[in-house]
Design a protein around this ligand. Structure first.
Ligand code: 6GU
Length: 223
């Protein structure tokens, strides 16, 4: 998979893409990352990428030309082109699974009051990561990259994501490791019993209990 980020702040990506699993996926040749600063495609004297809104009002609007020209410099034949904005389709685990099979993904990250409406014609999808407003799409695109890349075969062990919260439609059951007792807090006996059937039943019950308590909406959506 090739992932491209159109951004005015390429430096924001450096630490994230060169750490941990995202770095390892790149080292293994499973995924490539490329940032493109669309200010380099601003074809005016002051490298201006935004301008005042027609019709007046507060805030600046991202101009179409730098974004179109930066995108065209990639010469992609087919790609998912994701316009990052709070009014987009809510990103979730199912959407991550869908995107994890793409050959090319392009994130378009605005950093201003809004996009010129014509930029939307470049996008295959408009995406949001939740009901709150960020100053730009960069952090959202990094969160999405993390969620997508870990699902590509060969990046992590498949068992690690088969039981993920949300992919099963339920939250994960509790986990314990050594020591058996810490500051009076004990590991449930069933996990030490060696009875795999009972352990599986306990995990399913706990998963259901936790989902009912914390995210009843997930259970409703499942039905
Ligand atoms: Cl993708 N962009 C911005 N600016 N704010 C957001 C978002 C995206 N998703 C949630 N809030």
């Amino acid at each position: 998979m090739n992932i491209f980020y159109l951004t005015l702040f390429p430096e924001m990506y450096e630490g994230i893409l060169s750490s941990s699993i995202l770095k390892r996926a790149n080292d293994k040749g499973i995924v490539s990352y490329k940032t493109i600063n669309f200010r380099d495609y601003a074809n005016n004297k002051h490298n201006q990428v935004d301008d005042y809104p027609y019709g007046g009002g507060a805030g600046m609007v991202l101009k179409p030309e730098p974004v179109y020209e930066a995108f065209e410099s990639l010469h992609l034949e087919n790609a998912r082109v994701l316009l990052m904005c709070p009014s987009g389709r809510p990103f979730d685990q199912q959407f991550a699974e869908e995107l994890s099979t793409e050959e090319n993904i392009v994130f378009i990250n605005g950093h201003y009051e809004g996009y010129d409406e014509r930029i939307r014609n470049l996008a295959t999808d408009e995406v949001s990561i939740g009901d709150y407003v960020l100053t730009g799409g960069e952090i959202a695109s990094m969160a999405m990259t993390d969620a997508i890349v870990r699902l590509i075969p060969g990046v992590i062990q498949q068992e690690s994501y088969e039981n993920d919260s949300f992919s099963t439609g339920m939250l994960e059951h509790p986990h314990y490791t050594r020591p058996r007792e810490y500051r009076g807090m004990k590991v449930p006996d069933v996990l030490l019993s060696g009875d795999h059937k009972k352990i599986e039943e306990w995990r399913e019950e706990e998963s259901l209990k936790r989902t009912k308590e914390r995210r009843p909406d997930l259970i409703k959506n499942k039905k």
